[in-house]
Design a protein around this ligand. Sequence first.
Ligand code: SAH
Length: 223
Amino acid sequence: MEGELERAKRRLLEHLAREISDKRVLSAMARVPREAFIPKASIHLAYEDIPLPIGREQTISQPIIVAMMTEALAAKETDSVLEIGTGSGYQAAVLSLLSRRVITVERFPELAERAEGLLRRLGYDNVAVQLAGQVLGCPEEAPFDGIMVTAGAPRLPRILLDQMADGGRLVIPVGSQREQNLLLVKREEDGYTVKSLGPCRFVPLVGRGAWSQGETNGYEPFL
Ligand code: SAH
């Protein structure tokens, strides 16, 4: 017999399939157990289309946003992908099924360690979790075919454009701390193109090239 969670998962996947046409993205999201990436108290909400708190005032993104961003990134099996903002590790798990390897960077050691342990335990062996350093992203391992930023930036960080491979894609929310616009940037031989994918709302990207710690004090993700 189908349980509550399975039923909710099936409903969510049907909902995603109405918005998302890339079958690879839908099948990756069907395979990753979102309930494993959220605190026990919220497990019954694992397959609702909402963001959920994961500690340190951070959130696991809303499933439709994960799906949209993953579709926009258009990762291929041979691609090397960077995610900035590991959080729970859920998005990294989805990306790992669609690319050759994923490096995911997180600024809170506590979240990075938890995500790393979980990804290991669930067998997502092509994902490496790294603690954020002074420089945004991961210049040592660049260039990347795909870069996904899962926190909101005040502007397009130059330093990330430099970490894109030729033909590479960058998906990033850019705007104020209240609301951002999801941007898809493509690096082509003769420059960059930028396409807007619509409004979204993320916790702030903090650090050099983004918001400073002080600017984000008192930020309430659920207001
Ligand atoms: N992708 C995550 C959700 C991201 S929430 C998931 O699937 O669960 C955004 C995360 O970005 C938070 O964990 C936050 O700590 C992290 N973050 C913010 N600024 C960062 C930076 N400069 N470098 C790395 N991580 C950052």
